[in-house]
Design a protein around this ligand. Structure first.
Ligand code: KG4
Ligand code: ZN
Length: 337
């Protein structure tokens, strides 16, 4: 491939309920990053409705990409390549960004590449100052995934463990739904937990086998359901303690397993990525425990934890630099390269 110094990539992300576009230089410097959330469309239903998500992406993709290009202060002709989320995600939603990226790249006569969304989240740490050196251990906790990886280069993730049922963010969303707090639940529970006492209600910690890096969050969700059903009459006054107790239990398990994975790999570097990485208690707990173990933790700023297109451009940079490009036959069902 050509010379990738100063390469300017347009990133596009439409895997779930955010339409996002970003312009990133050299896989590390954000020139612009625009995220248009669909929360208002989905919150009525307490979760993402796939058909509505696709329709909203179709409406938003052109204005969002336009805004990203304008904010970057560059003409479209300065874009060297396009990187777009290929999956995993909602197929109809992915298809909107993917088809748009393919058409735009074709029209501009520039290369483009389909990127794995999870590699995107991992690469979000390279958009911050002082990124981790390879190899490092990464905990990815989002609405769709909760996994621990040993990351040996930007495109090589060794899966060490993952959730066997709900993702951590999904558990937050479901608990918020049961307590009638709104959607998405993560930020709401995080805020309410600050007013509660995490030790008043003790929810179960599901470690499974302590040597395993797998997770399970369906048990704690059921425990919260049961507690809420048993305290219907005074639920309002219990909510901050439920939020704090639930959050503490989930974060203790995430922190324990992430630290343990780094110990097993002999790594002093940990990354925390994905929507749940925005959680104030998790950021604090992981930093404190890593500090005790002499490890460094790399956590992106809040804007880069949730879905965004800058992380897709950052991951795409490494594909393109390695000579990996997509062709017109590729679509969201194509096998990962
Ligand atoms: O990475 P992301 O934006 O989308 C996926 O790839 O899934 O993650 C969204 C998830 C949602 O489940 C949301 O409730 C959760 O991240 N989340 C949080 C917080 N902010 C967002 N969970 C816990 N605490 C937060 N502060
Ligand atoms: Zn995500």
């Amino acid at each position: 491939m050509g010379n990738y110094d100063n390469m300017i990539i347009l990133g596009i992300e439409t895997s779930c309920d955010e339409t996002a576009a970003a312009v990133v230089k050299d896989g590390t410097s954000i020139l612009s990053s625009v995220v248009s959330s669909q929360v208002e469309v989905h919150h009525l239903y307490g979760g993402v409705v796939p058909e509505l998500a696709s329709r909203k992406h179709i409406e938003s993709i052109v204005p969002v990409v336009d805004q990203a290009i304008n904010k970057a202060g560059l003409p479209l002709t300065e874009i060297d390549a396009v990187a777009v989320t290929r999956g995993p995600g909602l197929v109809g939603a992915l298809l909107v960004g993917f088809s748009f990226a393919k058409s735009l790249a074709y029209a501009l006569g520039i290369p483009w590449v389909g990127v794995n969304h999870l590699e995107g989240h991992i690469n979000s740490v390279f958009l911050e100052d002082d990124p981790p050196a390879f190899p490092f251990v990464a905990l990815l906790a989002s609405g769709g995934h909760t996994s621990i990886y040993h990351v040996t280069d930007p495109m090589t993730l060794e899966l060490m463990g993952q959730t066997r049922d709900d993702a951590a963010g999904e558990a937050f969303d479901k608990v918020a739904k049961v307590l009638d707090l709104g959607y998405p639940g993560g930020g709401i529970v995080d805020r309410l937990a600050k007013q509660g006492d995490p030790s008043r209600i003790k929810f179960p910690r599901s470690y499974l086998d302590k040597a395993s890096f797998d997770f399970s969050f369906s048990g704690i969700k059921t425990a919260v359901n049961r507690y809420a059903a048993g305290h219907r009459d005074q639920i309002q006054e219990h909510i901050p303690d439920i939020a704090a107790g639930f959050q503490e239990a989930v974060m203790e398990v995430l922190t324990y397993k992430a630290i343990h994975a780094a110990v097993v790999k002999g790594s002093k570097r940990l990354a925390l990525v994905g929507g749940v990485a925005a959680n104030s208690r998790l950021r604090e707990m992981l930093r404190a425990e890593a500090g005790r173990q002499g490890m460094r933790v790399h956590i992106p700023s809040i804007d880069l934890c949730g879905d965004n297109a800058a992380m897709i451009a950052a991951a795409g940079y490494h594909y393109l630099a390695a000579g990996i490009v997509a062709d017109l036959q590729d679509d969201v069902f194509s096998k990962a390269k």
